[in-house]
Design a protein around this ligand. Sequence first.
Ligand code: SAM
Length: 290
Amino acid sequence: MMARRWVAETLFDGVRLAFEADAVLHDSTTGHHRLELIENSVFGRMLLLDGAVQVASADEFVYHEMMAHVPIIAHGAVRDVLIIGGGDGGLAEEVLKHRQVESVLQVEIDASVVELSRSHFGMFNAAAFADPRWRVEIADGAAFVRGTDRRFDVVLVDSTDPSDTSAALFTEAFYADVGRCLRPGGIVVAQCGVPFLQEAGFRGSMQALARVFDTVSCYIAAVPTYFGGHLALGWGSHGRAALDADVDTLSRRAANACRDTRYYTSEVHRAAFALPRYIDTALNEAVAAR
Ligand code: SAM
């Protein structure tokens, strides 16, 4: 009998989560990452970068719906969206479900992630990659926001956890450049890890956001493949109007774009900002220390 192959996620010190690989579809080293693609009987097709799970076909809807629909529906009149990272295409797919969105520019550093995802994750990204409103640029997201004079209504930072490649995407300097790229009323949402396991990083991101934006918050989602409790999505905006939109306004706006969601509802949208006390305390302390 063939030995079973288990692929262990090596993201956290002292904890290892392993997935059985029914098949290893790809394993290579790009200029930026070790890139692995496996099939797992529970989570489906999974992409790992440098030993950290990035996306799984079975639960990608949770993360992508919450990262896309919360700021877009809260804003109410989004035309142009910038995605930093997100090379698997799942986030772009959710963003493009909004008919009022005119353009999605994706700035991803690793072309191999985009190419591999194009050929292996068509089940969730085919519509995005075929959409004429979507465009990808292979570049460092931090350098892009520093240099561009384009303006966006929403910026989504769909990055790997901090590493040599992505550390700049969690800094005050980066958020300041993002702030400059936002039109009035604009919103940035950034993946800020799992606070239970990555509290220092979560506090650092919140503090950096608070040094740039007058309105800073965070909302949570339960992503089964992201081990360790809630995933935090950091929010920064100038002004509170979008953050405070009530559930009736949200459900009116969601009625067109979000009919087929599997996680997002306008009630979940509002409830996601109700934080467990350990996350709320970390957020408030980080903001107070800005
Ligand atoms: N949802 C995922 C997670 O947190 O597990 C993130 C998925 S997405 C595949 C992350 C992407 O961010 C990767 O494709 C990676 O290449 C990209 N990335 C990392 N650093 C970047 C940078 N400095 N500029 C642009 N993209 C970057």
